[in-house]
Design a binder for this molecule. Structure first.
Ligand code: COA
Length: 264
């Protein structure tokens, strides 16, 4: 529980996670490990170690934006999990492991992958016009909402009038769409967003633009949530250190709703 030891462990995880993600992406493609380079910064190295090539500045910048936006976000479900585990005087690695378990669910960090599953379910056709893609996406959304489906990448527990992180991430996505010349993806994006706003007045969250951005960069969908984790390790470990410094066991009470007395 020495703060300097906790900080060292935190930095080690922050340094190790990008390599774990990059190498897992390469392993899935049967590719050899690419060593990090001292002359590259965090985002440049992450992409270099994943794809084995130096990505252009526009793409690196978009990736950097996603990493900054994902890094910390107050008392979300995974950070709260890390706080609860730390509050029992358990160790930092257990708190991070628990946080990963909470984050991977589709209502939290798993949503960036789920967004891509939605795009795939609608169907991505590189040769389709932006307008046609938007019309198909709109029709898909109307059908999904009629079936009372939860559409991932929309809505937020806290932000009821828009996620403040979305404009920066959407700007990064727009640049990637321009860079890769994939206007049909913008059609899908706009079509879903517009139909959701019209039908339920629910707005996108950060995972909505982040998912297609990672897709355009060349990441497999299964890697999107691990990318989120590689960034959020900063927020989690900062909270763990803070919790440890002034700890009290987190133990909520529940309100019982039911019969006063039950016969047994
Ligand atoms: C994030 C989330 C759990 C917040 O939920 P919440 O605060 O409980 O939202 P509410 O229950 O107040 O939502 C109000 C209504 O909108 C609906 N709604 C909310 N998000 C929705 C979504 N993504 N798709 C469809 N309907 C949605 C709810 O079903 C509810 O409908 P009802 O009144 O007919 O029952 C929810 O929006 C969601 O599941 N989103 C998808 C997962 C996601 O993208 N997670 C990443 C978050 S950063």
């Amino acid at each position: 529980s020495d703060p300097s030891v906790e900080l060292r462990k935190s930095k080690e995880l922050f340094a190790a996670f990008p390599a774990v993600v990059a190498y897992d992406q390469r392993r899935r493609r049967g590719l050899d490990v690419v060593e990090p380079r001292d002359d590259l910064d965090y985002s440049q190295n992450f992409l270099w170690m994943t794809f084995g090539e130096e990505y252009p500045a526009e793409v690196v910048d978009a990736f950097r934006v996603s990493m900054v936006l994902y890094a910390e976000h107050s008392f979300n479900a995974s950070t709260f999990t890390a706080r609860v585990i730390t509050s029992t005087e358990s160790d930092l690695h257990s708190a991070v492991t628990g946080a990963i378990g909470a984050l991977k669910g589709s209502l939290h960090g798993g949503a960036n992958e789920a967004v891509m599953h939605t795009f795939n379910e609608i169907g991505i056709d590189k040769n389709e016009s932006r307008e046609d893609a938007a019309a198909r996406a709109k029709a898909w959304m109307e059908a999904a909402l009629a079936e009372k489906r939860k559409v991932m990448g929309f809505g937020h527990r806290v932000y009821k009038s828009g996620d403040s992180r979305v404009p920066s991430m959407k700007e990064a996505l727009d640049k990637m769409i321009e860079y890769y010349g994939r206007h049909e993806m913008l059609g899908l994006y706009d079509g879903l967003e517009k139909a959701m706003a019209e039908a339920k007045d629910i707005l996108p969250n950060l995972d909505y633009p982040a998912g297609p951005t990672y897709h355009l960069m060349g990441f497999d969908t299964d890697m999107f949530t691990p990318l989120f984790i590689a960034s959020r390790i900063t927020g989690w470990t900062a909270h763990i250190i803070e919790q440890r410094a002034d700890n009290a066991l987190i133990r909520p009470l529940s309100l019982y709703h039911g019969p006063d007395q039950r016969e047994v």
